[in-house]
Ligand binder design. Structure first.
Ligand code: A4P
Ligand code: MG
Length: 178
């Protein structure tokens, strides 16, 4: 083909949404509404989970409960462009970066970017917390339980099945929140 520039192929990604300050479900809805115009086609979206705040150090006073959800999406954006977009949308929601794991209005993380496996200071893929966190795996399983996590040779459902108590830290599930 001469002269034609092939459009960048779309990649399937999964995004994690979390937050524990202000109108968090409103922030989730605004993000999902904003993504299509920014080059990210939103696919299946999980239920919303009310979860107890995971703390950095044992014995820390936990902050307010979180809302957590996961969305599937397709995009031709490169990983770092997608990361920059996520951070911009966090900023739009008034996210303040005070310290690691501080309470926040919106956290928008890339869980999975296609089959990409990478470990760099500013971008680790798949997200390093994914396999350890029920508040990620549970909503991820709503979207696609049979998805094999790149680099882990296990599906979301298989990772989830290793947890003795699948409700640990999950207060309740809100269906039809979108
Ligand atoms: N970064 C590296 N890889 C990624 C990725 N795959 N996606 C870098 C997004 N960002 C990635 O993130 C810090 C840096 O991580 C970014 O600059 C980016 O370059 P941040 O969002 O600014 O800071 P953070 O969120 O405080 O740190 P971190 O380590 O990302 O924390 P997490 O893993 O987001 O956990 N409890 C409940 N119940 N639910 C939650 O969602 N979340 C946290 C924060 C703590 N407790 C929670 C929850
Ligand atoms: Mg984050």
């Amino acid at each position: 083909v001469t002269g034609a520039i092939a459009p960048a192929a779309e990649v399937r990604v999964f995004l994690a949404m979390g937050g524990n300050l202000g109108d968090v479900l409103g922030a989730f809805r605004r993000v999902l509404a904003a993504l299509p115009a920014r080059g990210v086609r939103v696919g299946r979206v999980s239920h919303a989970y009310r979860t107890r705040a995971m703390v950095l150090h044992l014995g820390d006073e936990p902050g307010p409960d979180y809302w957590n959800a996961v969305s599937e999406a397709h995009t031709a954006l490169a990983p770092r462009a997608l990361l920059a977009l996520c951070q911009e949308l966090e900023d739009d929601e008034g996210r303040e970066r005070v310290r690691k794991w501080a309470d926040r209005t919106l956290d928008l993380d890339i869980l999975v970017y296609g089959d990409r496996v990478t470990e760099e200071p500013d971008l680790t893929l798949p997200h390093p917390g994914l396999a350890k966190r029920l508040f990620v795996l549970q909503p991820f399983a709503d979207v696609d339980p049979d998805f094999p996590i790149p680099g882990l040779s296990q599906t979301v459902g298989q990772l989830l099945a290793r947890f003795p108590d699948r409700n640990a830290g999950i207060e309740y599930v809100m269906r039809g929140w979108l």
